[in-house]
Design a protein around this ligand. Sequence first.
Ligand code: ZN
Length: 307
Amino acid sequence: MVLVLKERKEPGELKLLRMLKARGGLVDESRFWNLEKGYRGEVLFDKWFSDLDGEWIVVNDLLLEYAGSLFQIDSLVIGADRVYLFEVKNFEGDFYLDEGRWMSSISNNEIKNPLLQMQRCETALRQLLRSLGYQFSIEASLIFINPEFTLFNCSPRLPFVFCSQLNRFSKKLLKQSSSSARLNTRHSRLAEKLCELHMEKSPYERLPEYKYEDLRKGIVCVGCGGMGVRHERKMLICNECDFKEEYKASVIRSITELISLFPERPLTSKNIFEWCNGLVTLRSIQRILIKNFSLEGFGRSSHYIKL
Ligand SMILES: [Zn+2]
């Protein structure tokens, strides 16, 4: 049985970048796609792992600290006799190793060495576990989840798992799990401890600068991310992809966007009317606010806050 103690969530930075992108904010495309692709790869890995037999406790997406340095773990899995560290990469295309350097075959550009990154992580985790009084051995693997990825010139002894090896890899994991003792409270206590030590990173840290005035106003279509929606009766319909959504849901989503991008902006019906570019009437916005948010303050300074 796979017990997931800490679920993976879509990175906050990615969500914010998507909102900015839709509204014409200046977003670094490569940063955006790196985050998007990385996250999609991790979700694929989670899906693969959730089908595994055997007994496991999974703790996803950890940001930990040891001796003043931060390290991030994509997926940490506690088995009965060891701790697995999985670094998931969603690389696509042909790459080769050249004296330890990772090169793209197409551009011949060097990319950041993911093995080095994982090894640093492994060392820090080992020290952290030891400091907590745990002597588990750690097995770290770099998982290349994308079937379109090839790495040339690499030794089979390196701790890599390619997409084509995943089936055999799951058999190996199952064998390791069934030949050792069962999970007990010591294992679950470790998982809980790691969740406790996890630190939340602010999603705003690496965001590009943006101003309210510069962003496009309107309602973003969930279907295609465009902004060409029209209001018909109780629905908002996208002119590009025909996606339909009840206007109330669209407005609530737009309010959430406004709160995320401009937390300091007062939540008043007038501000939301402007943010949605008048697509929904002031009266409807007022009704939605009353029903879903709570009013704070009096008179002219009154505004709504999230319930
Ligand atoms: Zn659309």
